[in-house]
Design a protein around this ligand. Structure first.
Ligand SMILES: [Zn+2]
Length: 157
């Protein structure tokens, strides 16, 4: 496969996944009905949103490795930032640097995604992972987006 063909396929899939994630998000936030049927359909909608969120991370992962658009580092950075930025305002540069640390020493004390002192305990690992990647910037961005949503919900009444 040529690099140009891989770029077209990668960017096409990234647009499809990101577009579906945005559509499901906007639907869920602004248009999903608050009714018994709507509440029952919320479960598959959340499952869909979660699945698409995993897809956003796969897009960002491919961008980190430069395989989303081979030979085009700027395109990889921009698309990767959009993917992780939409998800939770994560900075692509930090995730990219840490992800390459992970690949240099997987499953060891030098792996930022691994809890070497408690390698078989989920919650300590999750707390460390969360503290390592989620900071005040992400919290501020999410609160700002929530404030905008609340304003929009108020205007719709
Ligand atoms: Zn990787």
């Amino acid at each position: 496969m040529t690099a140009a063909r891989q770029t077209v396929i990668g960017l096409g899939l990234a647009a499809l996944i990101s577009g579906a994630w945005v559509a499901a998000h906007v639907w869920g936030v602004f248009f999903h009905p608050w009714s018994p049927v709507g509440l029952a359909l919320a479960v598959p909608l959340i499952a869909l949103q979660t699945w698409l969120g995993a897809g956003m991370f796969i897009v960002a992962h491919d961008a980190m490795h430069g395989s989303l658009a081979p030979g085009r580092p700027r395109v990889n950075r921009v698309v990767g930032q959009v993917a992780v930025g939409l998800y939770a305002a994560f900075p692509f540069g930090l995730l990219n640097a840490r992800h390459h640390e992970h690949h240099r020493s997987p499953g060891s004390a030098g792996d930022p995604d691994f809890h070497a002192e408690r390698p078989t305990s989920f919650w300590p690992w999750y707390a460390r992972f969360f503290r390592r990647y989620f900071g005040w910037r992400q919290l501020a961005c999410i609160l700002l987006v929530f404030a905008v949503y609340a304003l929009c919900w108020g205007l719709r009444r």
